[in-house]
Design a protein around this ligand. Sequence first.
Ligand code: FDA
Length: 393
Amino acid sequence: MTISCDVLVIGAGAAGLMCAMTAGQRGRQVRVVERANKPGKKILMSGGGRCNFTNTGTTPANFISANPHFCKSALARYRPADFIDLVDRHGIAWHEKELGQLFCDDSSKQIVRMLMDECADAGVHVDTGCDVHGVVREGEGFVVETARGRVAAASLVVASGGLSIPSLGGSGLGYALAKQFGHDVLPTRAGLVPLVLTGSHAERLEGLSGVALEVEATARGPSFRNAMLVTHRGLSGPAILQASSYWEPGQALSIDLLPGTDALDWLRAQRAARPASELRTVLAERMPKRFAQRLCEHWLGDRPLRQFDEPMLARAAAALSAWPVVASGTEGYRTAEVTLGGVDTGGLSSTTMMSRLVPGLFFVGEVVDVTGWLGGYNFQWAWASGRAAGQVA
Ligand code: FDA
């Protein structure tokens, strides 16, 4: 038996549910198929269980894409304030943590419940535990083979997300469907992901796991001033996760361990003020003691400041403002928050997210080659792109 509907959405994540409720509110008959046993698994996990659901400072500059202009239209038409209105209408209390990042006061479950309530009110049917096996074009529409049988739909919205954290539903289905229908898929890689250190870099930091300090990290793109965390395998923390999305294997990562300070001026001033003090003692006032100690042992030199001549001081300053640590890789999709790359925006309309090649076919959310920074931007893209498709699908 084949079930028919106007719009079939693949994936009950952030983008798929927003798209489904929007299309349903227009009176379209909408079904969502989700292979996981419940909807919105990533939303539930996000923000440490409190969902960093948007960022009030969202601009197109907070996104990485081969076409940085593509995200502009959808983001301009569904803004953080629109999502905040929705959250407020559902009586969900929230707070700003830092840098425009908004979190639920209570639980990310409230965001999933809100989206599911909106879907229910709009008559959307959500089928969980229902994997999609394949899609064929039939006439002007689509027939989708699912674990529960065939579904025919006039419009098909692919909201199946990226490859990150496979246990939360990440799958390559969206990329395969894009290719099947003639779209280019740009190479994918893990983003917002901890970096791995090996060899002497790892040995030098052994035993420091859990130590955190404020740094400014840069890899090709913008600089991110925030916390860096030493892990068992390498480096993490918001500054490193942000830089990881711009980092490519073999490329240098620059980490300023004294952000906002001219390291050479500062070292000179310390040497003049207290020449008998060890460098490690002075540095321990700016960073965790154990990290300062290790830094001096392996990178900067471990002696009283008076024993640093100008060239030695300049070398120490250079190492502090661009710590020469080389990552060997990332932890990969297993722990990545997002997938970079994906369905090439060149084949999609930026106003509707519809395929330029196959009318009625849409791609929304993370499966598209638009990836946000850490801090609520990825959900804002999911809401905005889902909304854009839902208004026309
Ligand atoms: P998403 O991955 O959410 O949904 C895709 C859905 O499709 C999944 O439910 C999947 O099961 C389903 N699916 C896949 N293949 C299928 C198939 N074959 N058949 C049927 N269904 C299929 N962002 C942010 O802005 N703020 C935050 O706080 C966080 N925190 C965070 C924490 C963690 C641990 C992770 C992994 C990620 C984040 N993110 C985040 C990123 C954010 O979760 C992500 O960008 C969005 O969930 C993307 O939404 P989508 O709807 O595009 O994909």
